[in-house]
Design a protein around this ligand. Sequence first.
Ligand SMILES: O=C(O)C1=N[C@H](C(=O)O)C[C@H](O)C1
Length: 296
Amino acid sequence: MELKGIYVPLITPFAADGSVALEALEKLAHEVLDAGAAGLVALGTTGEPAALTPQERQAVVDVCAAACAGCGAQLIVGAHGGDTRSTAESLAALGAQVPQAAAALVTVPAFVRPGEAGTVAHFRALAEASPLPLIVYHIPYRTGQQLSAAAMRELAAIDGVVGVKCATGGLDQDAVELLADAPDGFAVLTGEDAFLAPMLALGAAGGILASAHLATARFVELADAWQAGDVTRARALGHRLTGLALAAFTAPNPAVTKGVLHAQGRIPTPDVRLPLLPAGRAEVDAALALANGLDH
Ligand SMILES: O=C(O)C1=N[C@H](C(=O)O)C[C@H](O)C1
């Protein structure tokens, strides 16, 4: 199993009555897969998993699993828990629900700040118990826990840990150090939309990117261009996509992406659930203009 390319962490569309719009989700899933995405991420940050009921989360995973199965794409599912025991329970439940999933995307424990050694011990315990391979979701501005390149190498050495999603707010020294000598069979994916191009240039395997909803084929083309070593094409495309990637994050994710998808008629409402608020008109219009200019 190789993790490579562009994975779209699907938003969760809501109907006007506030329920999850599963038909719209299914349509969106097919749209991004038809545009060349390597797979879907169900219940990523972008899917607002904390605001969904357990039943809604299950339904979202089922829709994404069916869409991936239909075209041989990879399914990655977010698994969340405040501690090791509850995260292991979530992973066991996921393994029973979608044993065919390529991996579970597991956040570094948030708020607790267990230190690097505690984080490694957490993933070692999870990997031993998990029915699914694990991708470490490293996002220190949400979790409060930094990871050095050395710690990421320790994680990469654990059997069953198959990759890391680096979302560190930029291109930092630890990612550069890790990619300079990337561990075999360990996928470094970026979760920092505006830094996709430089991360690919350094050898990242791909990305998990909310903004890839809005121009999926172009993001796929960018990843393919770097893989093929076509630097001229990759650089030009990377520059064009950077504007869209930045515009998609001018309000807390996924508000702008939902606003654009709604304006394009692809989801029934732009609604997000509290504590998120909908994006403003100006933010949506700016991203919409860029997305329409790139065509999805
Ligand atoms: O859904 C995800 O997973 C992503 N999370 C990041 C975040 O919102 O912090 C952004 C990235 O584009 C996808």
